[in-house]
Design a protein around this ligand. Sequence first.
Ligand code: ATP
Ligand code: MG
Length: 411
Amino acid sequence: MAKIINVIKGTKDILPQDVGEWHRLEQTALDVFSKYGYREIRTPIFEATELFARGVGDTTDIVNKEMYTFEKSDRSLTLRPENTAGVVRSFIENGMSRLSAPVKLWYKGPMFRYERPQAGRQRQFHQVGVEMFGIKEPAADAEVILLAINYLKALGLNDLEVELNSLGCPNCREKYKAKIKEVLKPEFNNLCEDCQTRYDKNPLRLLDCKVESCQKIFEKPEIKNVIFSDFLCEECAEHYSKLKSYLDKTNVKYVENKLLVRGLDYYNRTVFEIKSNDLGSQNAVCGGGRYDSLVRNLGGEDTPAIGWAMGMERLNALLPEVKPEKLDGFIVSNSPVEAFALAQELREKGKSVEMDLSNKKFTKQLEKASKVAKFALILGDDEISENTVSVKNLETSEQNKYSRSEVAMFI
Ligand code: ATP
Ligand code: MG
């Protein structure tokens, strides 16, 4: 026998018995997002590498360590590690800034990151996400967060925690960064290797370091005081407090987390995550925030924007199992040609119908029908000569005969 070829590490098949939950995630997304005025956008799975280097940021783990990059005809291409950059590229390229604001877009699909595979972490995984362009007011931030919560609620997921923070604008954040660097300077040699790199490139990212020895350093009072200081400028503070009043008014429960800085470089002001305690260590289902400078950085007009992405595998792990639907009917007959024609008639009338394709015995066909269908459609010699079908309800065992033209109404 030939050698078996296996699925690549960190990727997974979604098998027919599991696809029901995926349909539910996708259908609910379409239903809920449409109510908020979002329209779906589908962008390519690979883009120019430069889009992510500039869009996601070249100080991020995603760009530095996790991208699937390849060359083709002298161009460097990358499988998308996230979809905000692609959506922004399309927004700019298709002149969507001319549309009246807000422009609301959503997407779903596979993303690719070269990470260490573990529970809740794959190399090909799926995200569903939204992006809203053109509104700088905090009402947009609040609406986008509420949309995430309502989507999760529509999926039956209520037991989730929203974490919120504001990263300020380049003005106030630069001062904050400088202060953080100043207080951490005496500790530089005690920081982990990653944090030593971040210290120069992106000191805010230090704060979400998971290494225990770094966490201990941040706990020191003189350092903690700076991390937890109110650094927001007047405008950013007002934006943040208005956002909170929208959330309070709509009874959204959230916890403020000063250490929430998010992994991508492009965020400013609002950042948030939604977590589930039922997920173990990879517990974030949703991450998002405001990215007012990204459209301009990628060559478009100055356009404020905000969005989030959810990991569909992690959502899936929280969903109850969706049982597959049974067929409307399974045809049981010793006359395969007649059965074939009946199946086709009923499918054209919108019914889901199958029949035996391999000349199995009548009793075997009936057994199969009771496993896969709501009704057995019995087409014996009598039925064929009378132009009827006997319909057996496989739950109640009740059986009735109907004329062939009417049978679709009873199944
Ligand atoms: P994490 O902290 O879990 O690595 P992240 O900050 O890298 O998340 P984002 O880039 O904000 O995540 O993506 C949004 C969501 O996508 C995450 O909250 C998570 O649910 C999901 N996600 C991210 N990376 C993966 C992965 N490798 N496998 C499965 N899901 C993922
Ligand atoms: Mg990550």
